[in-house]
Design a protein around this ligand. Structure first.
Ligand code: C5P
Length: 218
């Protein structure tokens, strides 16, 4: 059986990583969370304890080494050998990650790593530009979305469970701002690839979405 390359793109909070992990497990594929890589760069920039300007981000990315290692349902992220897994999903990182991801040199470096990871096939990669730019030859392309209200609700529950004191309205605002920035940037903006299948998950259960994805791969 041919080992497929599966690309899943979509806006923030659409549930990409949740369903991608489960689908990858069912298929025996590797799961690659590209958002974690941009978050890792953003985290490193925040570590510099200086205003996060584009110049600071560019100097950080020059000698950064980002590695992902996925096991037991968790994407472990290493930045220059240091594990950053627990620090990349904070509201602080979320707030600056779109600025980081808009810069050409950042994207070039991350995309190179992402393509190398997908070389052997048998991968399911999620992000914003996977079907349009990173892996345009992907066998299966899915554009996963849901209403902004439902995406905010899902993220709210997730953050609360992790113990973050977040506010639903603020979270929805942050998500909308991130989507706007990601969709309007000049380089590889968030957009549905012409040959991607649109999957609106509003009102669907996780199991239903995973089943639809597996159906597309069969
Ligand atoms: O997927 P996640 O929400 O963790 O992604 C965080 C941010 O990283 C996105 O809002 C976007 O700015 C950036 N990103 C990107 N291209 C990707 C994946 C993520 O620009 N392929």
């Amino acid at each position: 059986l041919k080992k497929l390359v599966v690309a899943i793109d979509g806006p923030a909070g659409a549930g990409k990583s949740t369903v991608a992990k489960l689908a990858a497990k069912a298929l025996g594929y590797i799961y690659i969370d590209t958002g974690a890589m941009y978050r890792a760069v953003a985290w490193k920039a925040l570590q510099q304890k200086a205003p996060v300007t584009d110049a600071l981000i560019l100097s950080v990315v020059k000698d950064i080494d980002v590695r992902l290692s996925y096991h037991d349902g968790v994407t472990h992220v290493f930045v220059n050998g240091e594990e950053a897994t627990d620090y990349i999903r904070t509201p602080e990182v979320s707030r600056i990650v779109s600025q980081v991801a808009a810069l050409g040199p950042v994207r070039e470096k991350m995309v190179e790593l992402q393509r190398a990871m997908a070389e052997e096939g048998g991968v399911l990669m999620d992000g914003r530009d996977i079907g349009t730019h990173v892996l345009p030859q992907a066998d299966v392309k899915i554009f996963l979305t849901a209403s902004i209200e439902e995406r905010a609700q899902r993220r709210y529950r997730e953050m609360r469970e992790k113990g973050y004191d977040v506010e639903l309205a603020k979270l929805q605002e942050d998500i909308a701002a991130r989507d706007k920035a990601d969709s309007e940037r000049a380089i590889s903006p968030l957009v549905q690839a012409a040959d991607a299948v649109l999957l609106d998950t509003t009102g669907l259960s996780i199991e239903q979405v995973v089943e639809k994805i597996l159906g597309m791969c069969r």
